[in-house]
Unconditional design. Sequence first.
Length: 569
Amino acid sequence: MKMSNLYAPTLKEDPAEAELASHRLMLRAGMIRKQAAGLYSYLPLAWRSLRKIEDIVRDEMDAAGGQELLMPIMVDAQVWRESGRYNVYGPELMRISDRHEREFVLGPTHEETVTDLIKNELKSYKQLPVNLYQIQDKFRDEMRPRFGLMRGREFIMKDGYSFNATQESLQETYDDMKQAYANICERCGLKALPVVADSGQIGGDTSVEFMALADAGEAALVYCDACGYAADDEAASTQVAVTEGPGDGTLQKVHTPGLTTIKEVAEFFEFPENGTRKALALIDVEGNPVVAIVPGDHELNDCKAEHLFGEGFHLMTDEELEQYGLCKGFIGPVNLPEGIRLVCDVTLRDSKQWACGANEVDYHFTGACPGRDFEPDAWEDLITVVAGDPCPHCGAPLAGARGIEVSQVFQLGPKYSEAMGATFADENGEEKPFLMGCYGVGVSRTLAASVEQHHDENGIIWPVSIAPYEVSIMPLDPTIPECAEVCDRLTAELCEAGIEVIVDDRDIRPGVKFADNDLMGFPYQIVLGKRGLKNGTVELKDRATGEREDVAIDEVASKVADLVISQRR
Ligand code: ATP
Ligand code: MG
């Protein structure tokens, strides 16, 4: 390929609308262009990389027993009504009507479509399991499409669905998919963690998200280097870490005038914040008052609180605090007014000496002891885990990171098959709903995540496996016959070795060439300069390390070919 023919309109300046490195660099390198909010054209360089990601995905899916097919993007709304999702999916679902005013949706995901497809045709347990996948554009009318390919409205997804006869079989397919997904991340050069998104009743996980580690990620994670545990900070739990407050083991009431925040109370007692107790007064979804107690240095986790107190619980208003006899800033577990449920964070269970509000204006207790001074109605997991908390499995301190969700595997069970009446005959001839799994890879998001992980101030640094071209050749003065000759020869040798080469044959200043090639991120760059050619050498640059070395013209092609081939995955 010649750069003079390549359609890659580069930008010198950083585009104002791009906050993330991946968005900014892909615009600047002439890889993507916005059509409208969340709608992008993939220009030739991006498309080459995307096809490589797709091929890696295909390869892994096929190896794990998947079969590729292609379903329509536009789907009859009727099947979404059958599953019950038409009314609950929300405004992300693109709803359209045809000329006969029949309703359709643009598929944001295809559980309904695929279940409708196999229904009445996949009939017997003998045909199972079946694992079908497609690579296709998806539509989600995202509230805030942003960050370029990271959160688009139209984006490329690999979506796969398995139909299994038994839970054991579903588990097997799910485990295979999980492994395939780990392989996909690895082969695309992504550093990613499998994060448990949801732990099922059957024990073990029923959903895992693969999170590419990146500061720009929307998800906050904690993970354990010692044992491999990783979780979304919303879902993470921690081990009991006993934190004691000040005192001599007896209950003491202390005058703390005007000290209503954890910080003030901790400073007053000259004690770390985790020795204090934070009390949150709330009204659960049934309207009952609850006081939740957490360690002073942790927050009540919204997601966990919703599970315990119902979706729609709320913190008490000033009027409600007054109505239930609670003193704002001085709430605690001891002497709690009658009728208020007391729920304490489970990490505090073994702690015998709490500094906490005294349920009296301007007073706190120290040395409050559960079982002696008060009796919680329940011990529950209430807090948002933070970096430094002990790992729930092995106790080592958890590290914090941010992540981009690039893919997810999910055990759906009979949710869709039951709703849509998709059944098979089991060994005893009994009709049963299929057990399903669904498995999604964000193909275009994976491209963006890769740029987030692989770039520097000069541009993108593609891993060889998904680079649009593996090697670029830069004849600095293509008008010199000898330079052109060496360029043609190296191109031919590299092509012969099966290497993807782009030649920057443009008649422009060397500085601009260097900058563009770095911006576009080709992993290896061969520079043909006047002086080197005289000595029979060219300069070989490794984009990732920035290292340059002079290599003999006769040797450079085989050297680069070896380097590239060893890094293909
Ligand atoms: P998110 O929480 O980021 O909105 P999701 O969990 O709703 O994603 P899934 O339904 O699990 O997404 O879709 C499978 C994969 O598709 C995701 O793991 C992600 O990589 C990708 N994806 C989802 N939404 C978008 C989007 N708006 N733009 C680009 N990729 C997306
Ligand atoms: Mg997801």
